[in-house]
Design a binder for this molecule. Structure first.
Ligand code: PEP
Ligand code: MG
Length: 325
């Protein structure tokens, strides 16, 4: 079965009735990029940079980061890589960076909040990413955005960085696209305002589900309540897509939901064509796309968006997936 799937690596991801999808990889390292490319990823939809900061004793320098970002940019070639700025806090820690003891780490000092507080560290990373933009199609993305102020503050720092590079005579792409993760309910509710500030959205369903449902994604005791197909989650996703569409910016999905091949009808109905997932999921989702008739899938999805419970949606998506073969 695995071998059969591997033959799909070079096949285009397209439904039976001709709807093309762009399947890209979530990676944390160059090794994972190789795997994603082996499995036919058309690019990288999420480069989780925190892993560059882990398993060491000090923050990585600008030069160390630049070398990795540049290598990834070069390896994706004519395709694109979305580099996400540091997303520590919550469940991710660094040995050399003392985070405060918190009652609710996922509601605490995390991701962009740390970056905007520790400007020295943030600036180093921004500089390394912007420098890498001279070597390939690099896009930059900020995690855990919950307000327009945060986006504006991050963009202001980015402008500073660009100005400094300009003065140093170092090349970079002036038009590097800048986007944000949509993974906090507040961001969904103001998606129209945020869309005026950025070039693209990437929906992070892992955190979005956790925050919409108030279900800790790490808590085993309530794991049975973690429902990606909850009507509240589906409405949030739809709102995000509508805001992006009205503003004319791109929107993709990079959470685990994208890797669940049963969810394909939802993306087809919403008109989302870019899905980013772990390398291991790429061929499975492509196989599903190749066996799906988009017009049938959309009908199923329309019903799902009207459902009152997640179990109905899961059942209908599961049944459709099985029927499609
Ligand atoms: C997400 O929250 O869906 C996401 C892709 O980011 P992470 O899993 O790294 O928090
Ligand atoms: Mg997240």
């Amino acid at each position: 079965k695995r071998e059969q799937l591997e033959q799909l690596a070079t096949v285009e991801a397209i439904t039976k009735d001709g709807v093309a999808l762009r399947l890209v990889g979530n990676i944390s390292s160059v090794k994972e990029l190789n795997l994603a490319q082996k499995y036919g990823a058309e690019g990288v939809g999420l480069f989780r940079t925190e892993f560059l900061y882990m398993d060491r004793n000090t923050f990585p320098t600008e030069e160390e980061q630049f070398e990795v970002y540049k290598l990834v940019a070069e390896k994706v070639g004519s395709s694109t890589v979305v580099i996400r700025t540091l997303d520590i806090g919550g469940d991710k820690h660094l040995d050399y960076f003392q985070l405060p003891e918190e009652q609710n780490p996922f509601l605490g000092y995390r991701a962009i909040r740390i970056s905007l507080d520790r400007k020295d560290m943030f600036k180093t990373q921004l500089t390394a990413i912007v420098r890498a933009s001279a070597y390939g199609n690099v896009k930059m993305m900020f995690p855990m955005i919950s307000s327009v102020d945060e986006v504006q503050a991050a963009k202001a720092m980015l402008d500073e960085v660009k100005e400094e590079l300009e003065q140093r005579g170092i090349p970079f792409n002036r038009d590097m696209p800048v986007g944000i993760m949509i993974e906090v309910p507040a961001a969904v509710m103001i998606a129209d305002l945020l869309a005026e500030e950025v070039d693209f959205f990437s929906i992070g369903t892992n955190d979005l589900v956790q925050y919409v449902l108030a279900v800790d994604r790490m808590n085993e005791q309530i794991a049975h309540m973690y429902h990606p197909y909850h009507p509240a989650v589906l409405r949030m996703i739809r709102m995000t897509v509508e805001a992006a569409r009205n503003a004319g910016i791109d929107v993709s999905v990079c959470g685990e939901m994208a890797a669940d091949e049963r969810s394909l009808p939802l993306w087809l109905e919403l008109g989302i064509s870019e899905l980013s997932m772990s390398p291991q999921a790429l061929l499975r989702v492509k196989h599903r796309a190749l066996n799906t008739v988009a017009s049938d899938a959309r009908r199923v999805a329309v019903a799902c968006f009207r459902n009152r419970t997640s179990s109905e949606t899961e059942e209908q998506l599961g049944a459709f997936s099985q029927r499609s073969g």
